[in-house]
Design a protein around this ligand. Structure first.
Ligand SMILES: C[S@@+](CC[C@H](N)C(=O)[O-])C[C@H]1O[C@@H](n2cnc3c(N)ncnc32)[C@H](O)[C@@H]1O
Length: 297
């Protein structure tokens, strides 16, 4: 194994070792130990290997996902261009404010549906800069491709291929669960949160990427999108303690329009002709609109 891969696996193993009480077997829900052969093993013998990139796959069987390598690579380019920065800064500010009110000196964060990991990585940097330093970051996603990218680019966090509907963690482990533009399982989020813990969910608002929506869905019932039902569902499971709106326009560099088209599930069912129409439209700016919901148990 090349030196840098050895190092990655050793760093990841040390971090998992230090936090092994976090995990529970996704199959039988028993405790897990870290073995000398770089795996997590439960008392019933279910065994999950650490990959050489430093992440761990906690799925019994890998399903096929439309979130593939190309989508995450495009998402990462867009993410690195600063597209999501105002949303991430809002999240770190919210965590810092709530943590300060509650007197947190440490914080453990789980990003459920973390994709290529850049939101969690940036939020951890922001929090550290604000003075909340003793942090643990854990990112999980169903997509192996997303987690591979995350582990490649961001060390000192635990990255797991796992299902958010059956989280491989013990009860009451996290101060914060993040759930950004991803599906939710409120029962599982509640279970893994500490009593004082908070859930931060980011959902698209009606105008998110409206310029693409207008081309793709003109004249159909999808042209207008509302997140009312998502907010209602959230309120049925968590006590809504804060709700913030984030609205801004991003200037698009020419080369980023194609990445934008590739990074969003909005274009999954688009025809070749529609994609061409978007590229031809040569959009120079795009609307970003999120609602951020903060809930307590
Ligand atoms: C639109 S992407 C958002 C990814 C990331 N949060 C971001 O904003 O860039 C939705 C993500 O949810 C993940 N996902 C969907 N179902 C999941 C499940 N049951 N468990 C874990 N992740 C899931 C997908 O693999 C995908 O990475």
């Amino acid at each position: 194994m090349p030196n840098n891969e050895m190092r990655k696996i050793e760093v990841a193993k040390a971090l998992i070792m230090r936090n092994k009480e976090l995990f529970r077997c996704p199959v039988c829900e028993k405790e897990m130990v870290v073995t000398r052969t770089n795996s997590l093993l439960c008392r019933d013998g279910h065994n999950f290997d650490l990959a050489k990139q430093g992440h761990i796959n906690l799925l019994m069987k890998q399903g096929k996902s439309e979130y593939d390598k190309k989508l995450f690579a495009a998402r990462k380019v867009i993410s690195d261009s600063g597209f999501f920065d105002p949303m991430r800064h809002k999240i770190s500010t919210l965590i810092f404010e709530i943590g300060t009110e509650q007197g947190w000196t440490t914080a453990s964060l789980l990003d459920a549906g973390c994709g290529e990991g850049s939101h969690l990585a940036q939020i951890m940097i922001d929090l550290d800069e604000k003075g909340l330093n003793d942090l643990l970051g854990v990112g999980i996603d169903l997509s192996k491709e997303g987690i591979r990218l995350a582990a490649r680019d961001y060390q000192n966090m635990i990255w797991c291929v796992a299902d958010l509907t059956k989280l491989p963690f013990q009860d009451g482990q996290f101060d914060v669960v993040l759930n950004i533009l991803s599906p939710a399982n409120y029962g599982e989020f509640k279970r893994v949160l500490k009593d004082r813990g908070i859930l931060i969910k980011v959902i698209p608002a009606s105008n998110y990427l409206i310029e693409l929506r207008e081309i793709l869905y003109k004249g159909t019932d999808k042209e207008l999108y509302t997140n009312d039902s998502v907010i209602k569902l959230f309120g049925g499971s968590f006590r809504l303690i804060r709700q913030e709106q984030i609205r801004y326009k991003v200037l698009l560099k020419e080369e980023n329009l194609e990445h934008l088209v590739k990074m969003t599930p909005l274009t999954w069912n688009a025809s070749h002709q529609q994609i061409e129409e978007i590229i031809k439209a040569g959009l120079q700016s795009i609307t970003v609109a999120f609602d951020v919901l903060v809930g307590s148990k």
